[in-house]
Design a protein. Structure first.
Length: 91
């Protein structure tokens, strides 16, 4: 180190500074990658729960729709029967 010229010392100092910045940047990148991985896992779990909830809601909606359709069919049948009775009594 003592045998280096002023210019070489300046270059060495610049290189050391760049190497240190690169090492810090690598650590920041690794930290960011870890946080992104954790966030990805979290949101994947949330999406999975939302999908299950959506499936359950769709199944419930289908059951309610089926029940309402059956109720409508029975109501229409009852109306037809009442109208038939009214016509029968009217004659």
């Amino acid at each position: 180190m003592n045998n280096l010229t002023t210019f070489e010392r300046a270059l060495l100092a610049e290189f050391e500074s760049l190497a240190e910045a690169c090492a810090r940047s690598g650590q920041v990148s690794a930290d960011t990658a870890e946080r992104l991985s954790k966030a990805s896992d979290h949101f994947s779990g949330q999406i999975g729960m939302l999908r299950k909830r959506q499936t359950a809601l769709e199944e419930r909606l289908s059951a309610v729709t089926t029940a309402l359709n059956e109720q409508s069919r029975q109501t229409l049948s009852l109306i037809k029967q009442v109208n038939a009775l009214l016509r029968e009594r009217g004659n």
